[in-house]
Design a protein around this ligand. Structure first.
Ligand code: XMP
Length: 326
């Protein structure tokens, strides 16, 4: 019988058989898949597992804390946090072209993770049980679609952890490869993974870096982070989280328009709301979010984020639009 409890028991047992007493490494992104995979391996082999979380500074409000504090508290995972925010900002300085941004973020990510992996591996090198395994949150649909549905046509270079150098020879452990997304969520809940992580909507690896149209810097990230937090808050309050596939908030950082606030002229930036309905992200329709909810989001963003004086709605389906703007 399929119950989350049975699945956890089975997977835990097979992970134990697989890794024995070896040590295991996992890259935590803050997303559902890597978090549930890590929690499972933690349940199976406890402190033989070390997780590495690279904070690239492109996450949304509260997300780094959810990984660093809540996830660790809930699962007891041994976590190494690498604060690489400066490094990513420096590498991204002045870069506006979407593919260039993606390439830079992907490369920096690999480099930072690689170094962290070397450190973890090195610190156990002399032991009887060295680090041999790398956890990946591969799901069943990724397996059957070989190469994954997302970005298969190479319209955008999606980045995930991969391409580790040959001298870091890990064997892969993919505990979720028989599961669908909704099953992964049930398993996550069974393992006590925090609900904010279990129910997280898709979020791109390059994060807010590809939701700022124009160059990325700390100030722009702060503006977008606040606007995004408001939109998410209102959509959640309206009970729309499970109806909407995701709702990117995009900052048009190089665009300004004139507005008025109180008795004063403003000259601020627009943000775009991009709520979409989708089954698999390959195609999408713009989501018909109720007007009252849109109005509330707009009022709050323009009141609370002074740099933003206009909120616009993206009503393009995919195709021809992609979900993300970059
Ligand atoms: P697009 O913009 O191509 O997005 O319609 C489809 C889905 O993929 C997500 N996305 C990414 N996910 N790394 C990821 O892991 C990426 O580089 C990336 N780019 C887009 C996007 O949020 C949507 O769910």
């Amino acid at each position: 019988e399929w119950t989350p409890g049975n699945v956890v028991d089975e997977l835990v047992e097979s992970i134990r058989d697989q890794v024995g007493e070896d040590r295991v490494l996992c890259a935590l992104s803050g997303g559902v898949d890597s978090s549930v995979a890590a929690a499972l391996v933690q349940r199976a082999v406890g402190d033989q597992l070390t997780c590495v979380f690279v904070d690239h500074g492109l996450l949304r409000e509260g997300e780094a804390e959810q990984v660093e504090k809540d996830f660790v508290e809930a699962t007891g995972v041994d976590l190494v946090v690498v604060d690489a925010q400066e490094r990513f900002l420096t590498a991204l300085a002045g870069v506006t072209e979407p593919e260039a941004k993606r390439k830079i973020i992907g490369e920096q990510f690999i480099r930072v993770f690689e170094q962290a992996a070397r450190d973890v591996v090195g610190s156990h090198a002399d032991e009887e049980h060295p680090v041999k395994w790398l956890v990946q949150g591969t799901l069943y649909p990724d397996v059957v679609e070989s190469g994954g549905g997302e970005g298969a046509a190479n319209i955008k270079s999606h980045h995930n952890v991969g391409g580790l150098p040959d001298d870091l020879q890990f064997k892969l452990i993919e505990p979720l490869r028989t599961l669908f997304k909704d099953e992964v969520r049930q398993v996550g809940l069974e393992l006590g993974v925090p609900e904010v992580i279990v129910w997280r909507q898709p979020f791109p690896g390059p994060g807010l870096g590809i939701r700022i149209i124009g160059a990325v810097d700390a100030e722009r990230l702060a503006i977008l982070r606040r606007a995004d937090a408001i939109a998410r808050d209102e959509l959640t309050k309206a009970g729309l989280d499970r109806d909407i596939w995701q709702c990117p908030v995009v900052l048009l950082a190089d665009v300004r328009s004139v507005g008025v606030q109180g008795d004063f002229r403003t000259y601020g930036h627009p943000v775009v709301l991009r709520p979409v309905a989708s089954e698999d992200a390959m195609t999408a329709d713009w989501a018909r979010v109720p007007y009252e909810v849109l109005a509330q989001i707009s009022t709050r963003i323009t009141n609370e984020v002074t740099e933003v004086n206009r909120v616009v709605l993206d009503v393009t389906s995919k195709p021809p639009g992609t979900i993300e703007w970059e």
